[in-house]
Design a protein around this ligand. Structure first.
Ligand SMILES: [Mn+2]
Length: 156
């Protein structure tokens, strides 16, 4: 029976892995058809988890990561015209944002700060981080900055 610390370590590994899967699939472009998307998410999850060994219940972990990433693409699609710009962007001295998107016609910018786990976007602990990113994005892009989304990505 794993203890609480082991569960937390596993949750952090799964969260970090889901971030990487989402960033990778955004960079390569999400497959247009449902079957292609499933294969793409599972392949990316398998490759990312190869570098993040879980030690136990690896197959369950693979499905959790792929499902969390799938929930991001299902629930947080971008409007037409928006494009992935870059992952792991240093907006601040003390942190990097997970994803930056750009709308090229109007030169607009948007930041996603991904959160693993359903409902975590509403956690009070996340607010100061999001507020720092809102401030930093406004300094960098001014009126062209649309804000920060904090998508809660969970297997669901
Ligand atoms: Mn994040």
């Amino acid at each position: 029976m794993p203890n609480v610390a082991q569960f937390q370590t596993r949750a952090m590994t799964l969260g970090r892995s889901a971030h990487k899967v989402i960033q990778r699939v955004l960079a390569e472009g999400l497959a247009a058809d449902a079957l292609g998307r499933t294969a793409q998410l599972l392949d990316a999850s398998r490759e990312v988890l190869a570098g993040e060994p879980l030690g136990r219940r690896e197959r369950a972990g693979l499905i959790e990561v792929a499902s969390a990433a799938a929930s991001y693409f299902k629930h947080f699609p971008l409007a037409p015209g928006w494009r992935f710009q870059q992952a792991e962007v240093s907006l601040l001295r003390d942190g990097r944002v997970d994803v930056v998107f750009r709308e090229t016609n109007l030169n607009l910018w948007l930041v996603d700060e991904l959160k693993m786990g359903f409902g975590r976007s509403l956690d009070a602990a996340i607010r100061p981080q999001i507020e720092r990113y809102v401030h930093a994005g406004t300094e960098k892009w001014g009126d062209c900055f649309m804000g920060v989304r904090s998508p809660g990505c969970a297997p669901r």
